[in-house]
Design a protein. Structure first.
Length: 171
């Protein structure tokens, strides 16, 4: 967890001090009340994606990690919840807020920015998830990416990501 937090602090530090970006320029924009609705809708969509893709993954015979949604395996509840919070915050900053905003500045294309970050996030998860789980991760990542591009604030995607993992921890 400390390594993940160190990495995100380093990236935000570079963005703010060297690239002279404001925190708003990397996705830390003030949320509006509507973002609570986006958060809830994103959580529901993510859970529906996981539930809806389970039969597809099984029908295709794709390999899955049986403990894929069990973040608490082998650690206490507090550490598992800290992991859920860390994962949600760190991944959303490093794979959505910062890179999408930087890519939008260079390409002016939400499709390019969202597509590249979606692809990188999915490939990054290929190292730890079998193909069946990776398909689900890719689908949920698409939802998170679309929500970020729509709202351009990290609040709903971080909140949804943390809540989905917290549900998995509470199992």
């Amino acid at each position: 967890l400390a390594i993940q937090w160190g990495l995100v602090v380093a990236v935000v530090g570079v963005a703010v001090s060297i690239e002279e970006q404001s925190v708003g320029d990397i996705g830390f924009r003030r949320p509006a009340w509507i973002d609570l609705g986006y958060t809830l809708a994103t959580v529901v969509a993510a859970l529906l994606v996981f539930a809806g893709t389970d039969p597809v993954v099984a029908a295709l015979g794709l390999p899955v990690a049986e403990d894929a949604g069990v973040m608490a395996a082998g650690v206490g509840l507090g550490i598992a919840l800290a992991g859920a919070v860390t994962t949600g915050i760190v991944e959303e900053i490093l794979f959505r807020g910062y890179p999408i905003e930087r890519l939008l500045a260079y390409t002016d294309s939400p499709l390019v920015a969202g597509g590249l970050t979606w692809g990188v996030f999915t490939v990054a998860h290929a190292a730890v998830w079998p193909v069946g789980n990776l398909l689900q991760v890719a689908a949920v990542t698409a939802v998170l990416t679309v929500v970020y591009l729509r709202r351009r604030t990290l609040f709903p995607v971080i909140s949804a990501h943390v809540l989905v993992w917290a549900f998995a921890v509470m199992g």
